[in-house]
Design a binder for this molecule. Structure first.
Ligand code: 2YC
Length: 283
């Protein structure tokens, strides 16, 4: 899992409205709309409840410690979506206790291994990697105006790529898996074949020589420049949850609004919507 740096997230809070417009251009949906699409939920039904659903973000000092602006940025994304969100005054255990004492509906927190949201009523846990992969797959589905029966190349078969590939398979896409560690791609194909059958899942052996005929890509690697320039065409659509971005600056200019990429926004939005969808007892 790539650890974010303050430089990666410094601009997010002040650019949320602009990013929302970019997402609408690329997918015809807002940040919230894509988050609802991630879980197949009806935005109109749930959006009115968001203002009364409190999510407290707890800074965590363990391990490599606090990332300056991380908790504040997560909180800003939640507030932009309309949630009643704040960063706890205390960190770690004290911050968790503070959230319970202030009757938070949910908390979000991240150590060096996991970034999670927890619904304090239902005890449901939503993981950032799983939610992020699913959210970017949902964005690709929207960019394709329905990914069903279309071929998608998933580059990177870690937790984010796996979650995205699973969502794409559920949406009826033909998925090709690539990972720089071929054994990882193969084991994921085997895992998926049990649920989806062997015909809709292929393995790509060589990214450079075999990638030209894909028009939809989910790039979920922690590497730079994984997307070769040969791949860039005016039909190409890319959803890239990978941090850092696997696309060179030169190629970025070619892609324009046929690329959806961010370092926190879509994953946090998908986590938050998942938390509110978990029924509150007596709901
Ligand atoms: O400021 C804090 O509370 C820190 N403990 C946060 C550490 C986050 C570590 N994880 C990451 O940088 C990212 C996640 C946002 C998703 C994947 N890596």
């Amino acid at each position: 899992m790539t650890r974010l740096k303050t430089n990666d997230i410094r601009e997010i809070s002040s650019s949320l409205a602009e990013y929302d417009l970019q997402l609408q251009t690329a997918t015809n949906k807002t940040l919230a709309g894509i988050a609802y699409h991630t879980w197949g939920a009806d935005e109109a039904e749930w959006n009115s409840r968001i203002n009364h659903f409190s999510i407290h973000v707890v800074p965590v000092t363990v391990g490599q410690g606090i990332i300056t602006d991380f908790s504040e940025t997560v909180c800003a994304i939640l507030q932009f979506l309309g949630f009643d969100s704040r960063v706890t005054e205390q960190t770690d255990s004290s911050g968790i206790a503070e959230a319970f004492e202030k009757k938070a509906d949910a908390i979000m927190m991240a150590d060096d291994d996991r970034f999670v949201g927890i619904n304090l009523h239902t005890r449901e846990v939503v993981d950032n990697s799983a939610a992020t992969g699913r959210a970017f797959a949902a964005a690709l589905d929207l960019m394709a105006t329905g990914i069903k029966d279309k071929s998608v190349l998933v580059i990177g078969c870690g937790p984010v790529g796996e979650s995205g590939a699973k969502m794409l398979l559920h949406k009826g896409a033909l998925v090709t898996l690539y990972d720089c560690r071929p054994e990882i791609a193969l084991s994921l194909k085997k895992k998926f074949s049990h649920s989806f059958g062997p015909t809709r899942i292929q393995i790509l052996d060589n990214l450079i020589t075999q990638c030209q005929n894909y028009h939809y890509i989910l790039e979920a690697t922690p590497s730079k420049n994984t997307i070769p320039v040969e791949l860039i065409s005016d039909r190409l659509r890319i959803a890239a949850p990978g941090v850092p971005l696997g696309i060179s600056k030169q190629n970025l200019d070619l892609l324009k609004d046929r690329l959806v990429h961010d370092k926190l926004e879509l994953g946090v939005a998908a986590m938050a919507v998942n938390l509110i969808l978990k029924k509150i007892p007596g709901d």
